[in-house]
Design a protein around this ligand. Structure first.
Ligand code: ADP
Ligand code: MG
Length: 608
């Protein structure tokens, strides 16, 4: 027999989705306070939240006549019809939270709107036996939840320890606070204020209160706009990473969301800058018209779907990438050059001078046609520039600079890393260097890989994948599987500059190779390329192939760990590194250097 569930059962079932654990109750109550326009929200928790959750706000309050309605299912003051979701300004709209919470707890709501002299209090047990009374209270609303899940023992059993549940609560509040720097939040656990934000509207300050001041100081501000879409917030420099995504907060129009889509677009922006498996720290706020996404995917309203996902993803990725490029991740490197280290500065000077002369011609050399992603193309100018500087520096190595050249303008000294000089090589693998302030330990192979990667990429772009014909064609014999892969990618390989001609059964003649290949054995390289890249990727794009090819070349051409370097060579390496766009990571995203500051050192010696 089919029958309609009584409202109590319906609420309890809804509670199963909306109120999963104490942290979800806190989320719903705090969101109601925000919807009510509160500027101060104080949260008190006892134990794991089951004994007591109280959320007090100074918002608009609930009108006396409305209070009984607030705890009725599907009763909301926020929308009238489904179309209203397209201009939704509030966090709530389903009218489910209060009745759901009421049905599984002892609930007490006291509220006073500004135009009333006294407040009204409503007490419920399991959503029933409503009892009203007049109370004296300040303007605003206070919701107290006691004995959560008292009538649903299964839920209660499923809860974790006090630290875990309380941790989830403070995490929830922390994230919401990040989305609302203009609201002051406080979280109190017996006698102790665990979290407190000022509500002054300063996001970096709020991040400091939630994630810690050390992180807040290092983060880079990001802002970007595209049509009606806007990104705001902070992202970490490539050397500030975490092994989990816990420290990533995504917000859309003031709402905390979880989204693998957003997280993916973000991490794409860090491509090659951060090792895989590590994650940047971010607080990203996305402002988009409500009609462009749907939050009504799940009762908790934390999942979102976007209408134009792909375009949005590209926008986010580019904004993040561009912000990285524009920022100077290690600020201490940009301080003025020390006058005690003149040799290094002469190289910079010389490069600077030649650069100005060359700039015009370089800039006009950029090929029009492009198979690369737009952001790579955007970077092209920078790469070309780095490449030209590299060449000039290459030339200056043999000619020992005369002291006179020091008298030239000193305005070119501000280059990143420009004031770093090498001290020694360690384990024939690392370069110890300093700018007089910090000690740097540079991984010589990683550093050289970064240099070569950017140089080769620029060269590749400039030559527009042209091919150099081999004087003597090289026969290559493939396995059946390799041949298959080669044939599938023949067009792309051709585009890159490989000219292969069928010669016999599974035997090909390699007649041409990309110009960037240099003097290395091209047949071996191609074979390795096929093994490492082509066989692993099902249908790689030309960009992907190009990138992988350049990785491979960059790695091959780079000095290895165990290569002994003279001071002059180290100096040259640092100089070249300083001209790259991303001196702090190798193309695979591993760091090229780690630093130790004077104060870190002093701490070790207990001098502070
Ligand atoms: P929703 O937020 O989806 O509208 P809720 O069940 O969370 O549904 O709340 C029901 C209604 O109660 C809200 O629409 C709002 O009018 C009122 N309300 C709840 N909490 C508060 C509060 N802290 N201040 C003012 N009004 C509130
Ligand atoms: Mg609500």
């Amino acid at each position: 027999m089919i029958h309609i569930l009584d409202s109590h059962s319906a609420n309890q079932i809804a509670a199963g989705e909306v109120v999963e654990r104490p942290a979800s109750v806190v989320k719903e109550l705090v969101e109601n306070a925000l919807d009510a326009g509160a500027k101060h929200i104080d949260i008190t928790i006892e134990g794991n939240g089951v004994p007591l959750i109280r959320v007090r706000d100074d918002g608009c309050g609930i009108a006396i006549a409305d209070l009984p309605l607030a705890v009725i299912r599907h009763a909301t003051s926020k929308i009238n019809q489904i179309d209203d979701l397209d201009h939704l300004q509030t966090l709530g709209f389903r009218g489910e939270a209060l009745p759901s919470i009421a049905s599984v707890s002892h609930l007490e709501i006291s509220s006073r709107p500004a135009d009333e002299v006294a407040g009204l209090c409503l007490k419920l047990i399991g959503g029933e036996q409503g009892e009203f009374s007049e109370v004296g209270c300040p303007v605003g609303t206070s919701v107290t939840v006691r004995n959560l899940f008292f009538n649903t023992p299964a839920r209660l059993k499923f809860l974790k320890s006090i630290p875990t549940e309380f941790g989830l609560i403070s995490d929830t509040i922390g994230r919401i606070a990040l989305a609302h720097p203009d609201v002051s939040f406080s979280l109190t656990h017996p006698q102790q204020v665990v979290l407190q934000t000022s509500g002054r509207g300063d996001l970096r300050e709020t991040i400091g209160a939630i994630l810690g001041h050390a992180i807040a100081r290092q983060l880079i501000p990001i802002t970007a706009q595209q049509g009606a879409w806007r990104i705001e917030g902070f992202i970490s420099p490539p050397d500030l990473v975490r092994s989990s995504k816990q420290t990533q907060t995504f917000m859309i129009n003031g709402r905390i969301v979880r989204s693998t889509f957003l997280s993916h677009a973000l991490e794409e922006g860090y491509h090659t800058l951060i090792p895989t498996k590590l994650h940047p720290v971010v607080v990203l706020h996305l402002h988009v018209p409500p009609s462009e996404y749907d939050v009504n995917v799940h009762p908790t309203k934390m999942d979102v779907r976007f209408k134009s996902e792909q375009t949005l993803a590209v926008f986010i990725t580019q904004a993040v990438f561009q912000t990285q490029i524009n920022s100077k991740p290690l600020p201490s490197f940009t301080t003025q050059i020390s006058t005690t280290h003149e040799t290094r500065s002469q190289y910079t000077l010389k490069a600077g001078k030649h650069l100005r002369e060359l700039e015009a011609s370089i800039m006009t050399n950029i090929p029009e046609k492009s198979h690369l992603r737009p952001e790579v193309v955007d970077q092209q100018k920078l790469f070309l520039r780095a490449q030209e500087q590299t060449r000039i520096l290459d030339n200056t190595v043999s000619d020992v600079p005369s002291p006179k050249s020091c008298n030239e303008s000193s305005s070119h000294m501000e280059d990143t890393l420009a004031n770093i000089w090498p001290l020694a090589q360690l384990f024939t693998t690392y370069i110890l260097a300093t700018d007089g302030e910090v000690l740097l330990m540079i991984d010589q192979h990683a550093a050289h890989e970064r240099i070569n990667y950017e140089r080769l990429l620029a060269q590749f772009r400039q030559d527009e994948y042209s091919s150099q014909t081999l004087l003597v064609p090289l026969p290559i014999e493939f396995t059946l599987q390799e041949e298959q892969v080669v044939l599938e990618n023949l067009w792309n390989l051709n585009e890159m500059g490989f000219i292969l001609e069928q010669f016999g059964a599974r035997t090909y003649l390699l007649r041409g190779v990309p110009v960037t290949t240099g003097t290395m054995q091209p047949d071996r390289l191609l074979r390795q390329f096929i093994e490492e890249v082509l066989q692993k990727n099902s249908v790689p794009t030309i960009e992907k192939l190009l990138e992988e090819w350049i990785y491979l070349l960059a790695c091959k051409e780079s000095i290895k760990a165990q290569d002994a370097l003279s001071l002059l060579e180290m100096e040259q390496l640092i100089a070249l590194l300083s001209k790259t766009n991303n001196p702090y990571t190798c193309p695979h995203g591993r760091p090229t250097m780690v630093k130790m500051t004077r104060s870190e050192l002093e701490k070790r010696f207990y001098r502070t």
